[in-house]
Each structure stands twice: as C-alpha cells, then as structure tokens.
Design a protein around this ligand. Structure first.
Ligand SMILES: [Mg+2]
Length: 162
C-alpha cells in the first residue's frame, strides 16, 4: 500500500537514539511545514533540543519542503541544518537527486511528515522508510485541502492508527 506509513508517532520528538539504532537509520528527511514547525512560525525550542539529540547519534537530519527557497533558507539559518526547497512531494526528483549526491543507502533513510499524500507517498516511491506524525503542528490548511485531511483521517481510522 503506497500510502500506508511504516511507522507513526504523535510527534517527531518521540524519535529517540535507541529507535534510530534499532532501525539502522542514519539519515532523516524531515518535512518542515507543519511537521517540524508551524506554517507561520520559525520553530521552537524543543526542535533545537531534538536536533541536538538526534545528531549526537551521528544521524543526519535534512529538511524537506515544498515551499519557496526563501522560507527554507530562513529555516536553515535558524537551525543550522541543510534543507531542500521546492521538493514538490510526492514527486521524487529533488530528493532522489539529493540521495544520489549523498550516496545514501536507502535502507538507512527515513522520511517523516504529516501528510500521507505528499510525504509518505514520496517516501514509498523512493523505497525508503516512512513515518507519519499524527499531531500536525497546526491544521489551518486552505479550504481545498480540507478534503485531503478528511481522507487522510479516514485512512488512518481504517488502518486502526487513529
Ligand atoms: Mg507538511
């Protein structure tokens, strides 16, 4: 099932060192918008703490976003990690190019995000691990996206995840 995440958790801050070791993860591709930070803010203290924790295990964290490079550059400056803009998830081209550049072994890569139809589908297409964050930072999405959220909730209920 291309939309079903391998893993899920309430919030990315639940992802800890032991879990990363157990699952052989060395690279996290983390959705920025509405997963790591709310749309209209620049992030929080617990994100900084989590980045420190994860990076201390030798795991690399790279942001991914469908947003413009301007917003993504601000994020990079604030948190000191690389982030890929205009990813156009669920399309794979931008992230695929990055993984090639990194010579990353796909078994060791996970994508985390708040949306089945962008983040999880993208990860499934890439053949990497996928993790859905169940609590989006905020959900005031545009009206046209409400149907997508409703469908996502329906699928999660169907799978017994929510
Ligand atoms: Mg998102």
């Amino acid at each position: 099932m291309m939309l079903k995440p391998h893993f899920y958790t309430k919030r990315f801050t639940n992802i800890k060192d032991e879990w990363l070791y157990d699952n052989n993860i060395t690279l996290i591709l983390a959705d920025i918008d509405n997963t790591l930070v709310p749309y209209h803010q620049q992030g929080s203290q617990d994100l900084k703490g989590w980045l420190d924790h994860v990076q201390n295990t030798g795991t690399k964290v790279v942001g991914t976003s469908n947003s413009s490079s301007e917003r993504v550059e601000k994020f990079q400056d604030q948190f000191g990690i690389r982030a890929l803009s205009k990813c156009k998830k669920p399309r794979v081209k931008v992230i695929k190019r990055f993984l090639k550049e990194e010579k990353a072994n796909r078994e060791n890569v996970i994508i985390i995000g708040d949306q089945l139809f962008t983040d999880i589908l993208c990860g499934r297409r890439l053949g990497i691990k996928t993790l859905l964050q169940l609590d989006p930072v905020e959900r005031n999405a545009p009206a046209f996206k409400k149907g997508i959220w409703a469908l996502q909730d329906r699928l999660l209920k169907h799978w017994g995840i929510k």
